[in-house]
Design a protein around this ligand. Structure first.
Ligand code: HEM
Length: 123
């Protein structure tokens, strides 16, 4: 039987911790912070939960995602190549801190690469 990426990453709590740490880092990042400027705490909490739901669903867990698709969610933000590169650095950093091992890390990066065309709309 194939074990889902969701289970291999450690299930809900591991994914929630990953998402929370990643967003916290992105929000205070010199380059990426501008995307979350002037947003309420409640709005950020809601977006974090949407990110968790999305990641759980996409990795094979049982979660109903009620948010928008990636193209719609990021349209008009002007996310460029350098933003994307920085985002991937933060993903690698947070995954490293949580001890995500190489095969899973590779799968996460491949998953992100498939989303890139929907999210990076500039440059
Ligand atoms: C440079 C990369 C990225 C930046 C700067 C970014 C920024 C943002 C911001 C500011 C929002 C809030 C949008 C709003 O409330 O209108 C958002 C929503 C969201 N993002 Fe990203 N994002 C990035 C990459 C990603 C990636 C790679 C994923 C998935 C793995 C993702 C998943 C989501 C989800 C699920 C939402 C919520 C959608 C909804 O509100 O319906 N984002 N993103």
């Amino acid at each position: 039987m194939t074990v889902s990426l969701y289970d291999r990453l450690g299930g809900y709590d591991a994914i929630a911790t990953f998402a929370k740490n990643l967003i916290e880092q992105a929000q205070v990042d010199q380059r990426l912070g501008r995307f979350w400027a002037h947003r309420s705490e409640d709005r950020n909490d809601r977006d974090l939960q949407l990110l968790i739901d999305y990641l759980v669903r996409e990795t094979g867990g049982q979660m109903y995602y009620t948010g928008r698709d990636m193209a719609l969610a990021h349209a008009g933000m002007g996310i460029d190549e350098a933003d994307w590169t920085r985002f991937l650095e933060l993903v690698a950093q947070v995954a490293g801190e949580l001890g995500v091992s190489a095969p899973e890390d590779g799968e996460v990066m491949a998953f992100l690469d498939r989303l890139k065309k929907d999210i990076v709309t500039v440059g």
